[in-house]
Design a protein around this ligand. Structure first.
Ligand SMILES: Nc1nc2c(ncn2[C@@H]2O[C@H](COP(=O)(O)OP(=O)(O)OP(=O)(O)O)[C@@H](O)[C@H]2O)c(=O)[nH]1
Ligand SMILES: [Mg+2]
Length: 314
């Protein structure tokens, strides 16, 4: 049996191999993704983001149990698991796996940010496509927020929950970090700690102050104690409500359409960038050009223009 046949028969080992194949961008990975793409569109993507150590993984684990309890299968992508809490990607995965039933209803995959320059958002996206094609009902994506890569990843999700803690500082800080804009649901985790009520109240005030158009989703603030599973059911309900609300309003579909466009642009950008860099490495002697510019015979603008043309004429 080929790996692809194994995959189509829902064999977990075949799934892992295909994700690695795609992640390493081995020959033919685009064709494979194209084939798998025919099967996507069934999963709901949920992004969980927030500062390091806020309890995102704990929240994710509790949510997985909720989804399993209603018979849904869950694929999890954890980005930047390099934290002291999880003990690194692989160990973290293994420890987490132990908590869940075997048999393919839950699957964890970590994406390492270290060393992955630029390609992380796309690798994550590709992995999500594979998980979707495999048939997971839900894809949970955990990322530490927020840099540009995380924003791209999160933007591709249908629903985004931002997890904060009392220690995250005040609501203004949160707004500055751009977390307010991307949140469909705000979670104040570690509500067993001092200051939790204040930050929840501040967030609510802040959310009320935002200019609101009629008929838009109202971002709820949910206080949780993830370690005790407290109020995770409320979060779960809010996620369901958000998905339903967006489906009814048409925003779910328009967001997905927008993602398709972004995806095309992103694939092209990556490709052009790589090919251009290769072209430069093969054809251009930079030290000579730098000398010319340094001695005043040339300038960076003209050089860039010429290099660009040499690429488009090749
Ligand atoms: N007191 C308290 N501790 C919690 C709560 N939720 C999680 N923790 C603890 O906080 C620590 C970090 O939890 P994680 O779930 O690993 O946090 P994370 O946001 O995934 O961390 P990174 O992935 O490393 O950014 C762990 O020791 C958890 O047990 C909570 O509600 N209350
Ligand atoms: Mg984590």
């Amino acid at each position: 049996m080929t790996v692809l046949e194994g995959f189509l028969n829902r064999d977990i080992r075949a799934l892992s191999r295909i994700i690695s194949f795609v992640e390493n961008r081995e020959d033919g990975y685009r064709d494979l993704l194209g084939k798998l793409y025919e099967k996507v569109g069934q999963s709901t993507r949920i992004g969980i983001t927030g500062p390091p150590g806020a309890g995102k993984s704990t929240v994710v684990n509790s949510l997985i149990h909720q989804f399993l309890s209603i018979g849904k299968t869950v694929g999890v992508i954890a980005i930047d698991p390099s934290s002291p809490f999880t003990g690194g990607a692989l160990l973290g995965d293994r420890v987490r796996m132990n908590e869940f039933p075997t048999g393919g209803t839950v699957y964890f995959r970590s994406m390492a940010t270290r060393g992955a320059t630029g390609g992380l958002a796309q690798s994550t996206e590709n992995t999500a496509v594979v998980l979707d094609a495999f048939g997971f009902d839900v894809i949970l994506i955990e990322t530490v927020g927020v840099g540009q890569v995380e924003l791209d990843v999160i933007d591709a999700c249908d629903t985004v929950a931002v997890v904060l803690v009392p220690e995250s500082g005040d609501a203004v800080q949160t707004m500055k970090a751009g977390l307010m804009e991307i949140a469909d649901i705000m979670v104040v985790n570690k509500s067993d700690r001092p200051g939790a009520e204040r930050i929840a109240a501040d967030l609510r005030t802040m959310l009320l102050m935002r200019k609101k158009e009629e008929g838009l989703w109202k971002v709820p603030v949910i206080s949780t104690i993830a370690v005790n599973n407290e109020n995770i059911d409320k979060l779960f309900k809010a996620i369901e409500d958000h998905v339903e609300f967006h489906k009814a309003s048409g925003a779910f579909e328009s967001h997905r359409r927008e993602q398709i466009k972004k995806k095309i642009l992103s694939i092209l950008k990556t490709r052009f960038q790589r090919e251009f860099v290769e072209h430069l490495a093969e054809n251009v002697e930079f030290s000579k050009i730098v000398d010319e510019i340094f001695s005043g015979e040339n300038n960076p603008y003209r050089v860039s223009e010429e290099l660009y043309e040499s690429f488009s004429d090749r």
